[in-house]
Write a protein that binds this ligand. Structure first.
Ligand SMILES: [Zn+2]
Length: 305
């Protein structure tokens, strides 16, 4: 049985991009008779605000995107992440990283094809004696092998990425002691029994490292479907900065069926922009109709309300 998930971060109201991913996750699971688990990704205490949790849950209900179960919020799952770290430590896969931000962002740092900085492995080979001389840190990195991880994405097709060349040893616990996203998302999706992850294409390059973590931790990975990004007319990715496209603003002027209809139309599920509820889209839902390429969204001031 398919088990999909909503995994909102309460750092702001939902915007159209978040709604788009949630809508497709819901449709994919429901069209196969599956269920949805909701998990609040409030891993980062500095960016998460409780009032946004309430707003996001209310927005999802308003849209008609319901869930069957709510899993534990990430902020309360520190023990599960520490247990996973302990497993990696026992396999001698962890080491502390003392590098400062400036060191990591030095001009000489290698970059991946998408612009991310690849860790050069500076702290990997420090001796116990050298480590003892450094100021203490809680930051931990995991040693990745020189291995290419391949998988088939449900929408984007076959993918392959070399862990060392495209990622390098990555952070699994931050200097402030908070588990890194890459670790938390793997531990949580496995604990929730998630079998299908539908999320934005911006996370496509994270998937091979997550698949490798699943394997290292002895966990069963879900299947992955990475959906196109929604872009503004000037080619930027829509984000929480685009206030006009957040649900707080859109709910003042539109009914939920208008929001769902717009997204369903732009991604190819329906032929024109008409009011439709998620439930009305379930019967005909087919990933084969969903476009893979990023989608330019006109901003509301150019739309008819
Ligand atoms: Zn380092």
């Amino acid at each position: 049985m398919v088990r999909g998930r909503f995994a909102p971060s309460p750092s702001g109201r939902m915007h159209l991009g978040n709604v788009f991913s949630a809508m497709l996750a819901w449709l994919s699971a429901k069209s196969k008779g599956g269920s949805i688990v909701l998990r609040v990704e409030d891993l980062d205490p500095a960016r998460s605000r409780p009032e946004y949790v309430d707003a996001i849950l209310d927005d999802l209900r308003w849209l008609g995107l319901d869930w069957d179960e709510r899993a534990g919020d990430q902020s309360r799952r520190g023990g599960a992440y520490e247990a996973a770290l302990e497993r990696l430590r026992q396999m001698d896969l962890l080491y502390p990283c003392y590098c400062s931000r400036d060191q990591l962002h030095a001009a000489s740092a290698p970059h991946a094809s998408d612009g991310r900085i690849i860790y050069a492995g500076t702290c990997r080979s420090l001796t116990a004696r050298q480590r003892a001389l450094k100021p203490p840190t809680r930051c931990l990195r995991v040693k990745v092998p020189d291995e290419t991880v391949a998988f088939t994405d449900g929408l984007q097709g076959p993918q392959a990425l070399n862990l060392q060349a495209e990622w390098g040893d990555f952070i699994v616990r931050r200097a402030d002691g908070v588990a890194a996203y890459q670790l938390a998302v793997v531990v949580d999706d496995a604990a929730c029994g998630v079998t299908e992850v539908v999320r934005g294409r911006d996370l496509l390059s994270s998937t091979p490292v997550q698949l490798w973590l699943y394997r290292a931790l002895g966990l069963t990975p879900p299947s992955f479907i990475h959906v196109p990004m929604l872009l503004s007319t000037d080619g930027r990715r829509l984000s929480k900065r685009d206030r006009a496209l957040d649900l707080g603003e859109l709910r003042k002027v539109w009914l939920p069926e208008k929001v769902i209809g717009l997204l369903a139309w732009r991604c190819g599920l329906i032929d024109r922009w008409e009011d439709v509820s998620p439930r009305e889209l379930v019967a005909d839902f087919d990933w084969g109709r969903v476009r893979r390429e990023d989608i330019v969204m006109e901003l509301p001031d150019t739309m008819t309300f």
